[in-house]
Design a protein around this ligand. Sequence first.
Ligand code: HEM
Length: 905
Amino acid sequence: MGSAASSAAAAATEQELTDALKKLSPEELAKLKTALGGTKVVVVGWGPVGHAVVTKLLAKSAGALKISVISEESYPAYNRVKLSSFFEHRDPNKLALSSPEWCREQGVELIFGRATKIDRSGKVVEVDCNGQSKSVQYDELVIATGSKPWLPPVPGLGLEVEGVFVYRSISDIFKITERAKFSTKAVVIGGGLLGLEAAKAAYDLGLETTILEVAPHLMPVQLDLEAGKILQSKIEALGLKVKTGVKVLEIQTGDGGLQGVKIEQEGAEEVLATTLLIVGAGVRPRQELAESCGLELGGRGGIKVDQRMKTADEHIWAVGEIASYNGGMCYQLSAPGYTQAEILSDHMTNPKADAKFADADLSTKLKLLGVDVASFGGSSDFWFKRQYSSSGEEVMSKVSKDEAAGVYKKLVFTPDGTKLLGGILVGDISAFAPLTAVSKRPDIGGLSPDELMAGQMPKVDDGGDGTNLGDDDHVCNCHSVPKKVIREAIMKGAHTFEEIKKCTKAGTGCGTCIRTGPQPKLLAHTLNQKGVEAGACKALPFAHDDIEDLAKARQLKSYEELVTHLGYPAAAADGDKTALGSVLDRIGGKPKGEGLDHVAQLKALKDDLWKFVDKMNCNPILVRLAWHDAGTYDKSKTAFGERGGANGSIRFSPEISMGANNGLDKAVKYMEPFKADYPLVSYADLYQMAAAVSIEHAGGPKIDMKYGRKDATGPDQCPDPKSRGTAGNAGLPDAEPGPEGAFGCGATDAATHLRNIFYRMGFDDKGIVALSGAHTIGRAFKERSGTVKEGYGESSGCPYTVSMPKSCPIRNDGGYGVGMPGGKSWTTKWLKFDNEYFQPAVYEEKDKDLLWLSSDRCLHQDEGFKQYFMLYKDDQSAFFRDFAEAYKQLSEQGAQFEPEAGVTL
Ligand code: HEM
């Protein structure tokens, strides 16, 4: 490699490198490309560390390397650290660190399959792609296969037992969720990081959960006995059971799989009855590939690597949980993996690089079942030599605890008290970042151990940004990003947290350096120094939404608190408070719409709904909610409520519990926070507006509906389910006839049934076909309508409805995301509102992965319907026009408006 390459690769950060590369002359860039060009790098494993290798290699080679990545899971690389947050959103995309589109844009070849063999002499990896074998040639190979869960040797324990799971991947979570539907109790083996995360999952699923730990206390690798016991009592206070010092004797099975777990504690045996068991007792490196090709392994497993992360084979590298540095232990945390990715990419792009892997930072800070826990150390000796439990001459320890409050703090010093070796924090971990920084310095800056215990921090020259962190202190511990790197990124144009994430990775791990850590102050101060006025106001130059999230995370309630904890006080200006008005109201507990009149609330709500569907990809269910609220309309009836229509009555139990409305309670719940924020808007308007926004957001027509609908006030205003000449469901249509061959209205063919239903509402054949075209978006689920065998979750969906659909991307804007995976859709791009529903590829029913119900089929078979069906097939604008007209009618009839003429926006 020429000098141009080495000077570029010697730069310290990814951002610098990208900038340095930009500065190269075309000749120099050409040299670099010749040096690396054509070199084919294959990365096995698309987890967070494998992905970090790809991004770093791209940046450091100016795109000259040809990179392929082999991914066994069908999800884009995702953040396992946040796996348990999945239950808050149930959206795999929120965990994603990348996407297939990103790979495409970067020219990275993405291969979905399992690497089965490495032929070292031929430099080929064999990949099993869904039963088809593929040979992938490499010049340089990176193994980033990570770990696999370890099952303790307990009689009867195996993943083949129904009800036994591990906790490692998104698909594990889906499987656990499925089983949880039929279980009331869960047992978790393992009281370490992994086991407690798994216990959180079981707890979030509403199961009575018992945690079993073989050691005398929880988290034995990170905590001492006292800290472990405090954590235990906090977890028990939540209603979970914890048993420590436990030996698992046997797994008992019977009909339907798991029945119980037999244990021994303090000499007494006991059987815990359960149908769901999660094993979170540790992991082992996935080294089969390396073993089978004869690569040298580490003494305790993993692939032996040197300081450059190179294995015994000159062309094979290993990083992350699989890498055994100098044959020692493999690190099962992401931070060391990221450091290793950095070092590997340095060496692969620059033979003269001198970066060396030496020690891993095993500091961890996390929230376990609502309890903050942290363990930090200046070097890995803190954990390996268990300095946190040493005593006497080896170390000096200081402890403070408040058992009632559940707060514990232990700091461990050298015997002379001049250097902090590490510490343990439970309950209050606010000092984690500064203390971690102090533990990495040669001394404690002239303070005494007692002063440090009391919360004093050595004064550091922080350049006036208020972080009390030096240039080399880490802001982001997950990715080991020092303050100076973030500062430089801001100086070079990264003016938001998102932009900082992109160019430094800071904040993309656990995210606490943003939420509760020093990043906001650093950003505010640096922007201020640059004279950049970005974001909400002078003192807090971030987006309103960011400020709101930060305020919630830190429980800040006033402008003064915001500026002190997040902002740059010297920059506060008179107008700041006004500019932050809505955020201050929100964090002070006021609804968003307070002070706005009805029309202004409607307008603000529309914007919020747009953002919501954009984030959640829940357009279809909101359309179904609004249509089912309105679709009870009977033109022969006059009394408000009894006549049905869009009046919000679907939120009441007689209606929402009708079979036809299965699953819509989820959408009703989605809408509640909006109602709380905009109290002047009726539920009826809210539901209809959400549908109109969802359709438009998905690329469909704008529906010119009016607002001001009044709400049904109670269950007594719900239509009687049997009052519409149908068996039930207040006149909503059936998709298929019942077991006797008849639809609910008595008709034996779908076309007659649809006419019975929709003529009652005042529609004609054109309206029926146009409205049915709404199925161009959305899916059916076995758990809801029961019309399909596909159901909730990744494993129960079909290729178009899982997170990596074959038609990806399915959103109108080309963005990535499917919301909750699963079910079966009518169309391939089922988050795009277009006329795909009317296309032969759909209605000819050749693609078994698409849905076509009797009520859809009659639309192109019945002569009266067919003319419209064929018109919409050829002319999307005719479909949009007729749909918008019919939907407006659907959403307004039966409703009562105030003012009578309605409100148009
Ligand atoms: C013509 C008679 C209709 C029948 C028999 C029918 C039946 C169904 C069925 C069985 C489902 C699947 C529900 C599930 O399992 O989750 C469904 C979903 C859906 N329906 Fe209809 N429907 C009809 C008309 C309409 C109309 C008029 C609209 C809107 C204007 C509509 C909008 C939707 C949407 C958007 C979904 C997807 C919901 C989701 O993905 O969560 N449907 N429909």
